[in-house]
Ligand binder design. Structure first.
Ligand SMILES: C[S@@+](CC[C@H](N)C(=O)[O-])C[C@H]1O[C@@H](n2cnc3c(N)ncnc32)[C@H](O)[C@@H]1O
Length: 275
């Protein structure tokens, strides 16, 4: 770790309330170098002097750190498994036990595509059911700019590349090259700011209580040091209902301390059942 890092962490924290000291130093360093180059600062010390007097640049650095890369149906095999196996089985089990509630959390949802992908497939499946389900999908992130875009639910043509024609027709209105999600999908998802490292609550306050049937936490923990990954993992574990599911990215797996508490449901996807 560079000697200037703690000072930079504290400047960002004072400005935005978020503490990036749990980030892997290699990732923090990479984002920092981008901003050092963008501001034409000669070295990290001069960059530090620059941001001390320039709130706008602190904002830019914070934006660079909250890496928002995401996509609809990112990791297509995982979403296929969820659409054709996991959700149909979950819905049948719910009907059998007369529990007509489905609760889902997209933790680190960025600009909303992950939460909306699950909302669309769930809506498609439930259309075919006689029973009325109470659906609650929560999307949370620390990045308010990303959440604003999620709430806006307007996406470019490039963002449509993983979306099946039927879903595109059913759930989007197209105008001037912008694809706007329809209200019946937007209204299923509740977006809010929530820091996965916030020690005050183990689930987003908007969700009131956890008990999630499925939690997505994809491409978030990879940014954090092991110690912080464990804190996030503990929280996720608590938030999932008995025999609920954790969905991670294909390159991710549960923290080894939780190996006995989760069972991989399919060899091709990073989906784990809480046991
Ligand atoms: C690369 S995106 C992943 C988006 C989506 N889950 C996916 O896989 O496509 C990572 C997101 O995690 C968010 N994030 C990072 N640290 C977080 C934290 N402590 N709490 C909540 N969100 C966080 C970032 O703001 C960013 O939007």
């Amino acid at each position: 770790m560079n000697d200037s890092f703690p000072k930079i962490f504290s400047l960002i924290k004072d400005f935005s309330g978020y503490d990036f000291s749990g980030y892997k130093y290699s990732i923090f360093d990479k984002c920092l170098k981008k901003r050092i180059a963008a501001t034409k600062s000669k070295n990290i010390d001069l960059y530090l002097q620059y941001i001390e007097k320039n709130i706008e640049e602190i904002k830019q650095l914070r934006n660079a750190l909250t890496i928002n890369v995401t996509a609809f149906f990112r990791d297509s095999l995982t979403f296929e498994y969820i659409s054709y196996v996991l959700l149909p089985e979950l819905i049948s089990a719910k009907i059998e036990t007369k529990n007509y509630s489905i609760r889902i959390w997209s933790a680190g949802c960025s600009t909303g595509e992950e939460a909306y992908s699950i909302a669309m497939i769930l809506n498609e499946l439930l259309k075919k059911q006689d029973s009325n389900f109470d659906i609650a999908i929560f999307g949370t992130d620390i990045d308010e700019n990303a959440l604003k875009k999620a709430l806006d639910a307007c996406y470019s043509y490039e963002k449509m590349k993983n979306i099946k024609l039927e879903l595109l027709n059913n759930y989007f209105d197209q105008q001037n090259g912008v694809y706007k999600l329809k209200d019946d999908i937007i209204n299923i998802v509740n977006f809010s700011i929530y820091d996965m490292l916030d020690p005050r609550n183990y689930v987003p306050p908007e969700s009131i209580y956890g008990n999630f049937d499925i939690v997505f936490c994809k491409n978030v923990m990879i940014y954090y040091q092991k110690k912080y990954q464990k804190i996030i993992f503990k929280k996720l574990y608590r938030s999932i209902t008995g025999h609920g599911f954790l969905v991670m990215d294909k390159s991710e797996a549960p923290n080894p301390d939780f190996n006995r508490q989760f069972k991989k449901v399919n060899k091709y996807c990073s989906i784990y059942e809480k046991i």
